[in-house]
Every structure is written in C-alpha cells, then in structure tokens.
Design a protein around this ligand. Structure first.
Ligand SMILES: [Fe+2]
Ligand SMILES: [Fe+2]
Length: 241
C-alpha cells in the first residue's frame, strides 16, 4: 500500500491494483484526454475540419468519462468516505462548468472571438478536474477499498462509460436518480446524432439537408428529455442550472 494519500499519478500500475482497477483506468483515460487536448490546441490556429474533429474527440471522451463517474464512482466514494459528499460535489461542480462551457462552444463558431477564451477556460477546468481526482479523491479511495473492490469499480465504470451520453446536458441532475434515469434516452439520442454526423462527413455533406433535419429532430427530442422533471431528481443546488 503506498503512503497515505499519495497521488495516483506517481504510482506503478501494480500499486494501483492492476490495469483493470478504477485507479489505473482513470489515469489512462486522463492521459488520453491530455493528448486529445494537445491536439485540439495544435489545430486551433488552422481551425476548419481538423479542429472540429479534435474538439469532438475531446468532448466524446469527457462526457462519457464524467457521466460514468457520476453514476458509479462518486456514489461509491460517498458510501466509502466520511467527507465523500463535499469532495464529490466539488468535482461535480467542475463537470457542470464543463457542460455549460461546451454547450456555449457548440453554439459558437471557431471564428467567434469568444472561442479561444471559452476553449482555454474549458481545458483549465478539465485540468483541475483531473488533479482533484488523481491527487485527492482516488488516493483516498485507495486507502479504504481493497484491490478486488477497486477492480470491480473499474469494470462497472468501464461498462457504463461505453453506454453513456456523448454530449453536454447541463440541465440534467449530476446525481442519481435523475442522472441514471436520463442515461438511456440521452445515450440513444446522442449516439444517433453522432452517427448522422459521421454519415454527413462520409458523404461530404451531399445529404446535407435531410441529415440536418434529422439532427434537429433528435436534438429537439434530447431537449424534451432534459425538460422532464424526473431527470432533475437528486440534483444539488450547487450544480443546478
Ligand atoms: Fe476522471
Ligand atoms: Fe471527472
């Protein structure tokens, strides 16, 4: 066992409980996020498709990663740690800010003068989120959970991450039950919109008009899901919009 509350950034995979533990999986995904953010920064000046693709890759990783944390990791931390509630609330507030910033980024074009500042702030909050998790939350969990529990949590987080919404939904509760109830409809709608976007790119915009009508319908359906009172259940005032 590493010394009390040592950051998971500097430990070996074995100390983290093996490749499948929640600690190793989180660290690997955070490293991937760093690479994707670097790519987005590199493409910012040239803009165009390359920058849009880079930003989409960041968004897809961030929203699936955070959604699965809120559904399985943070509830587990609240059960295991005496101060799990304020600690997870602080991270959920960062997630909420990222949701709101990316929603604003999505509605602005890369030539928008606010784009660089929105991007800079989004990446700063993401860096902060990673540091709080790797230096505070995850080391604390490591002290109270055994290797088997860390792996079980790792598998649950991984499975959920593969079936999570891929876009920002700042209105939905960051905590169960609202968060969990929103998962199925928003995952289906977000991933259908992702398919349309891929089809649009594959056909180089030749199906432009029918695809954008379909996309607007799916976006409208996601908006209707967000307006259901049930998906706000469990929300804390600190993260509500
Ligand atoms: Fe994380
Ligand atoms: Fe996070």
């Amino acid at each position: 066992m590493p010394e009390q509350d040592a950051s998971i950034a500097d430990q070996t995979v074995d100390q983290l409980g093996g490749r499948t533990s929640i600690l190793a999986r989180q660290r690997a995904d955070h490293a991937r996020l760093n690479r994707l953010m670097a790519r987005a920064r590199e493409t910012e000046a040239e803009g165009g498709i390359a920058h849009a693709v880079a930003l989409r890759a960041v968004a897809r990783l961030v929203f699936t990663h955070a959604f699965a944390e809120e559904a399985v990791l943070f509830p587990a931390a609240r059960r295991a740690l005496p101060d799990g509630d304020p600690l997870t609330l602080r991270i959920e507030s960062d997630h909420q800010e990222v949701d709101e910033l990316v929603t604003r980024l999505d509605s602005s074009s890369p030539d928008d003068p606010r784009h660089p500042e929105l991007l800079r702030r989004t990446f700063a909050v993401l860096d902060e989120d990673v540091r709080t998790e790797e230096d505070e939350l995850l080391p604390r969990l490591q002290q109270v959970l055994g290797r088997r529990q860390l792996r079980l949590l790792g598998w649950r987080w991984e499975l959920l991450r593969r079936a999570s919404p891929t876009r920002p939904h700042p209105v939905v509760s960051r905590r169960p039950p609202g968060q969990t109830l929103s998962a199925l409809p928003l995952t289906v709608l977000d991933r259908s919109r992702d398919r349309l976007q891929q089809l649009d790119e594959l056909t180089r915009g030749r199906l432009g008009s029918p695809l954008s009508v379909a996309d607007r319908l799916l976006a409208g359906a996601a908006g209707a899901v967000e307006r259901l009172p049930v998906v706000r259940r469990g929300e804390r005032p600190e993260t509500s919009r």
